[in-house]
Design a protein around this ligand. Sequence first.
Ligand code: SF4
Length: 468
Amino acid sequence: MPEKVTLLSVYRYLPQTNCGECGEPNCMAFASKLLDRRATPDNCPPLKKPKYKEQLAKLIELIAPPIKEVKLGVGENLVKIGGKEVMYRHELTYHNPTAIAIDVSDTMDDDKIVERCKKIESISIVRIGDTLKVNMIAVRCASKDPDRFSYVVSLVARSCNLPLILCSFDPKILRAALEKGQVANKRPLLYAVTEENWREFSELAKQYDCPVAVFAPNNLSLIKSLIKTLQAIGIHDIVIDAGSYTEGNLLRDSVNNFIMIRRAAIKRGDKDLGYPIMAVPAVVWMVENQEPVIASYREACMASLFMNRFADLLIMHTSEIWALLPVLTLRQNIYTDPRKPVSVESGLRVIGKPDEKSPVFLTTNFALTYFTVANDLESAGINCYLLVLDAEGLAVEVSVAGGQFNPSKVKDLFTSSGIEKMVKHKKLIIPGLAARLKGEIEDLTGWEVIVGPRDSSQIKSFLTKYWA
Ligand code: SF4
């Protein structure tokens, strides 16, 4: 069993001088931030002194997550995968959302490759204030021609800024791509080390400092043995591919393998399996004469299943937004912090071009509530002011019941937002679900409170009746 990391065990390795150079009042407060991953040992300057060298090494080892964090690519689009500390999200939180890569084959025409890269890079869905995107491109060598593959890798790298996965089991082809494809300094993920090619592959990974994927379908003992070999050579940026079968018993085996790998690393502290896991739902496209719509649908199901069972990286083939939508949405849901309600900043929002006669609405800072109300106001073309109350990220009904939505907070919001100087009337429209606070808000603010609809989609018809 791995050692349980506690506040005291982290504190033990800090200088314990309470000097405050980290911006915290004392070392115990800093230990708490380290434990929550809101700070790193780098943020404690005294720890860099030679006399703390041994302590620092022990601290880094102590707080390292059981699943290694692996960085793919470089620069602003660098993708971090792994870094997980717990089996299940409700135990703490998940860091580093599953990266999604879409494949490009080197047998496609050049103009189609450029078009596909641009499409992949432009995929973007805004949901509850987050922009959901695809993270990587996997370039597949289907031609088996090193020159063609190198050319396509360079074409892809010139056409988009996403980090790459270079896919070929032939190390000579990958070497050519790294040397002639102008991506040697971009840390692409090299896919994949197998029982047959590990020696040449590891030389390549060492020489170019690239992360590697280890591939041994449905064979965990071979995966462990390959990883041990790579570790002995000094390669530690590793991603595990234990096979992504999508049919019958083999699908069951794939899911079980994912669970066994993650459990061994987190529950038993098995360092040989403490690496991110990848899945390749794109294999569903290998079935011949399949309708593309059916393949995209099956691929989205497989991607969701593997992501639910710990996949840190997915290689997909579909670029259809309707098929990616459930996968991106599921990823957003899995990777929100369960300890914090999803919230937006409180304060005043200006919708359209309001003037001194425009209505003033009130809502809470629960992200889903806020974006629903703001979108309904915008799409109805209503020029207005929207006051967003800090209800600790809770929805209207819950926060009214729990007291986070209360008249004195509304009064404070009036003062901090300056709304009283922006309009000539003194009328506030509150959500229908907060109707019972009408009298108290009126007493405290001196404004007339109008109880609005319970559902913000009804605001337009509500205004027609109640707002001159
Ligand atoms: S900088 Fe380091 S030694 Fe100083 S208070 Fe922070 S944690 Fe403690």
